[in-house]
Each structure stands twice: as structure tokens, then as C-alpha cells.
Design a protein around this ligand. Sequence first.
Ligand code: ZN
Length: 346
Amino acid sequence: MGVRIWEDNWLPNQQGFKMWSPKPVGCDVSHVFELIDFSSGLWKRDILQRLFLPFEALQIEQIPLSSMENDDQLVWADSPTGFFTVKSAYHCIRTWKEQENTSPSVATSDHVWKKLWKMQVLPRFAHFLWRALKGVIPTRQKLWNKGVRCPMFCPRCDNATETVEHALRDCPWFRRVWFASPLGFSWPNVVDQSFSAWCHEVIISAPQEVGEIFATVCYHIWKARNLLCFEGKDTSERMVVSHAMETLTEFQETQKQVRVAAVNANQRSGKLWRAPESGVLKVNVDASGSGSRWGLAVVVRNSFGNVVAAATKAMHVELGPEYAEVCAIQFGMSFALERGFSEIAL
Ligand SMILES: [Zn+2]
């Protein structure tokens, strides 16, 4: 078994050792060994550049390759030998604790986390905001600190170091986005407050709807920044806001429809849908059709009743409705496992 690119922790210089670049749709490369040209003993640069964000492609290319054809092996990163020892684990825990205590962020508390996951926004928006709060989004300053030699200044205004604060709040261009958003935020100059402290105020003290707009706009600001950085595509301030708000409204409408459909289905079946406990995802499946033509559906919801993922599939079933139900369960389970959901209830 080789090391998996998007699932395993294998990047030595990355936060959490995990890949940040998203897996491209339809990508058939899955393991690290597929990125290596064993005849030359080098990384396959063309594949790296095609699959990963430029800074990550560079990071991979800088990993030295062994000339011996050993099997992949995962090692303990905090000891020089790669073997786990109690002493190195103790040292590691102390370092984490120190980092936690010196972190400027008061916003990384359970309270903020819970508020974030209650938001009626696409999970990736909440997740992005969480990463921004933890200070682990790949801004240019962050990359420099990790040893990646890229430009330091903001790709938008080229007038200040690109920190999390600058990239999501202080850049004049993004200040105009915030002002044009339904939140109408406006401030004259650079705010003397960390991004996490600033978010803390917005998320904790404001109504949930404000937090939802905030998370959505943050995500779209970063998306516009990446489009400019990696594809040279410019987006207007107005477009960022209107795209963000369209996505938010569309998602919340779908959630409403799913809730209505769930209530209707419960009324038909006489059963009440129950949310799973915190940290567990509930997988509901259904098969509908007649004769040999059947449609299978799966909906995955979290403990707040929000839809995390959903899918449908058409199939021919010759053996009747009971068999179709079994197919739906199998479809639901493999769909959930493919997406890496491990704590699930059916
Ligand atoms: Zn800027």
C-alpha cells in the first residue's frame, strides 16, 4: 500500500502534513508513487504542476528522493530516526501546548467552533473560516515562513505583506468588498486587531445570519484572490459580493426544501427524523421506482440537521422493491465512505 496523496499526512513542511490543494475533479492519480519517475529518480514536474497549487508543487519538488526503491513508509515526524518514542511524544505535546498558550487567537475555542458548525452555509465556507481563524491559510507571508520563495506582497494592491489580516480585511480592494456586502462594514485604515479577535466579535456577538454572510464573503474573497494569483483572472468587487450572496441564498433555499421534504416523508411514514448525536453523520437512503427502473437517493446530515452531502443514481433492478432498498443502503454506505465520513449512523 502506497501513501495516498490527499488522505495521508506526508508533506513534511505543511501544516498538519496534509495536502492543501483540492483534488481536481476526475483526477485518476491517487498515490505519491505515481508522482515519481523511477527511471530518472525525479518528481514528475508536469503532473505536479497540473495537480497542485504552485507553492505546493514546489514544496513537493523540494523533497529529496531516495535512490533505493524502498516501499513507502509512514514515519513519526518528531524524532530524528522516524521511530516513535515516549520521550519524543512528550516533547511534542509540550510544544503543542506552548503553541496553544502563545496563540493570539481567543476565537479558536469550542464556542466559536460550535457557532461555526451551526451556520447555514456550505461546510467548506465554515471550514475555510476555521482555518483562517487558526491562521493556517496559505497567505504569502505564511509561505515565506515555511521557506517557499514566492513574492511577499499582496497580489491585489502590491503594497503590503500578505498576512491573513491583509488578505481578508485590510487590503483596500477587499475593504470595498466588505463595504459592498450586505454587512456594509467600513473602516478608514488598517484595523489594529488580529483577524481572529476581529472574527470573534463578529461570530460570537452578532446574530447567526451575520456570521453566515461573514463566512461566505470571506470564502469568496479568498477565492477571488486565488483566481487572480493562479489564473490571472480579475473579479470586480461587485461580482465577489453578488456571487457570494447568490451561493448563500441558493444553499439556504435548498436546505429549506430538504427540511420540508424530510417533514413530508416523515409524515408519510409516520416516523420522525432524529438528528444524530454530535460528531456523527446520519445517512438516509431511499429507493423509488417501478418495474426495473429505480432511482436511489442518499442524504447525509449532521447533528444540526444540515445537509452535508447528497447524491442520486438511476439503476435497473429486476428483483423487486426489497432488493432496490438493499441497493440504496449499499449506495448510501459506499457514498459516505468514499467521502471519508467515518462516524456515521444509518
Ligand atoms: Zn492588498
